[in-house]
Write a protein that binds this ligand. Structure first.
Ligand code: HEM
Length: 396
C-alpha cells in the first residue's frame, strides 16, 4: 500500500531513468516542507549517498571514457554520509565565512558593473545581447576562484564542462549524448587533476592545499573539486538567469526599472529562489528501513526532496502543486539551500552575487526589452534556468 503521505500531497512518485512522465524505477517525492526538513535532519536514516549518482545509468562506452582518465567521485562532501564529513566541511567552510563573503561585495559589484557596461557596448554595436552570457555567466566563476585562492582561468571551458556534467549526472541523455557528455566530463577531470597538483605545491593559501593538509587524497580532492567548481558558480549563474528573464518578461513582483534599487533586486532574487530556484530538488536515500510521518520507508528508497517550484515534481502527480505554492506565498525559503549538516555552504554568497549582479544590470541597461519570450530551458532533475535571455534596446 502507498504510504499515507503519498495521498496527502506531501509526497508523490516520479519516474526515474526517463524524462518525467515516463515509466521506470520511481523516486519517492517528498513535497511537504515539514517532511523535507525532517528528512534533511535525519542523515543517519536518510543518507546523502545518492546526491551525485547519475539519474540515467551510464552505458558502457560513456563509462569507458570516464574510466580511461581515472574519473572517480568518492564521497567527500555533498554525498558523504560518514563521520569524515564534518571535518572536511569545516575546511571548505573556512573559504566562505560570512566575513569573507561580505568583504567580497565591492569586488562582486566591480565585476557586475564591468559585465553590464560590456553588455551596453555590445547592444550599441550590434543591437542585441544575451544576458545569460554577458551578465550571468562569468562573475560568479571569477569570485569562486578568487575566494578559493585558485587561478582564474579557462572560464569558457569551465562553463561548458559544468553544464555538460549537470546533464550527464542529472539529465536523461541517450547513449550518443552520454558519450559526448562523458568526453567533456573526462576533459574537466583531467584539467582538475592538473589544477589540484599545481595548487598543493603553490605558495599561499588555497582550497586544495588546505584539503591536502587535512589528509585528503588526490582522488578525494578531485571529487570535491568536481562538485564545488560546478556548484559554486553555475547554480548562481542559473539563479541570475531566471531572475533577469522573469524581470524582463514582466513576470516578477517588481519591474526592470525598479530592480535597479538594491532592496528590489534582493527581494526579486528571494522571490525566484522561493518559486523556481536553480536547485529546486535534492536527493537522499533511505539508509535502512525507517519511518517518515508514520509511513514505512523501505531501505534503499530513493527520495527526491522538493525545495522550490519546478516542472519535475509538479508533474509528479497527486497533490501538485504543493499547498505552499497554491497559497501563492511561494515555498518555505528556509529549505531552498537545504538544511542540517549538509546545508549549502554558498547560500550567502549566492544571494549576494545574484542581488548585486541583477541590480547593476538593471541600473546600466534601463531601456532594454526581451527579444525571445520562449527561450530553451535547462530542465534537469535538480537544476533549471533559461539558457538565454536575449535582449535589444527598446524604442527611444
Ligand atoms: C543559487 C545558488 C545555489 C543554490 C540554490 C544551492 C543549493 C544547494 C543545495 C540545495 C544543497 C544541498 C543541501 C543539503 O543537502 O542539505 C547545496 C549544497 C552545497 N552547496 Fe550550494 N547552492 C548554491 C550555490 C552554492 C555556491 C555559490 C557554493 C559555493 C560556495 C555552494 C556550495 C555548496 C556545498 C559545498 C554544498 C554541500 C555541503 C555539504 O554537503 O556539507 N553552493 N547547495
Amino acid at each position: 500500500m502507498m504510504p499515507a503521505a503519498l495521498t496527502t500531497g506531501s509526497a508523490a512518485k516520479v519516474a526515474r531513468g526517463k524524462a518525467p512522465g515516463g515509466s521506470g524505477c520511481p523516486y519517492l517525492v517528498v513535497r511537504d516542507p515539514e517532511s523535507v526538513r525532517e528528512v534533511l535532519h535525519r542523515p543517519a536514516d536518510f543518507s546523502p549517498a545518492n546526491a551525485l549518482v547519475a539519474v540515467t545509468p551510464l552505458e558502457g562506452p560513456a563509462l569507458r571514457v570516464l574510466q580511461r582518465v581515472g574519473f572517480a567521485l568518492p564521497p567527500v562532501l555533498a554525498s558523504n554520509g560518514t563521520g569524515t564529513h564534518g571535518g572536511i566541511r569545516k575546511v571548505v567552510a573556512g573559504f566562505f565565512t560570512p566575513a569573507t563573503v561580505a568583504a567580497m561585495e565591492p569586488r562582486i559589484r566591480e565585476l557586475a558593473r564591468e559585465a553590464a557596461a560590456k553588455t551596453a557596448g555590445q547592444l550599441a554595436r550590434s543591437g542585441h545581447a544575451d544576458l545569460v552570457q554577458t551578465v550571468a555567466a562569468f562573475p560568479p566563476a571569477v569570485i569562486m576562484f578568487e575566494l578559493l585562492g585558485l587561478p582564474v582561468r579557462d572560464l569558457p571551458d569551465l562553463k561548458r564542462w559544468g553544464l555538460d556534467s549537470m546533464e550527464l549526472f542529472w539529465g536523461w541523455p541517450d547513449g550518443d549524448r552520454q558519450l559526448e557528455l562523458a568526453r567533456s566530463a573526462a576533459e574537466f577531470y583531467v584539467w582538475l587533476r592538473r589544477l589540484v597538483a599545481e595548487s598543493v605545491a603553490a605558495p599561499g593559501r588555497n582550497l586544495f592545499k588546505s584539503l591536502a593538509e587535512h589528509g585528503l587524497s588526490r582522488t578525494e580532492m578531485c571529487s570535491l573539486g568536481y562538485f564545488l567548481l560546478i556548484a559554486g558558480q553555475e547554480t548562481t549563474t542559473q539563479l541570475i538567469s531566471t531572475t533577469l528573464f522573469r524581470l524582463l518578461e514582466g513576470a516578477a513582483p517588481v519591474g526592470w526599472t525598479e530592480a535597479a534599487s538594491e532592496a528590489a533586486a534582493r527581494s526579486v532574487v528571494r522571490h525566484v529562489l522561493a518559486t523556481e530556484s536553480s536547485v529546486p530538488t535534492w536527493r537522499r536515500v533511505a539508509a535502512h528501513s525507517t519511518d517518515l510521518g508514520g509511513d514505512r520507508i523501505p531501505a534503499g528508497t530513493e527520495i527526491l526532496l522538493e525545495l522550490s517550484g519546478n516542472q519535475i515534481t509538479a508533474a509528479a502527480g497527486p497533490g501538485s502543486p504543493s499547498p505552499q505554492a497554491q497559497a501563492g506565498g511561494g515555498y518555505s525559503t528556509g529549505l531552498i539551500f537545504g538544511s542540517g549538516i549538509h546545508r549549502c555552504l554558498g547560500a550567502k554568497l549566492a544571494e549576494l552575487e545574484a542581488g548585486v549582479i541583477v541590480q547593476e544590470a538593471a541600473a546600466a541597461l534601463p531601456g532594454i526589452q526581451l527579444r525571445d519570450h520562449e527561450p530553451d530551458w535547462i530542465r534537469l532533475l535538480s537544476f533549471q534556468a533559461p539558457r538565454s535571455a536575449s535582449v535589444a534596446n527598446g524604442p527611444g
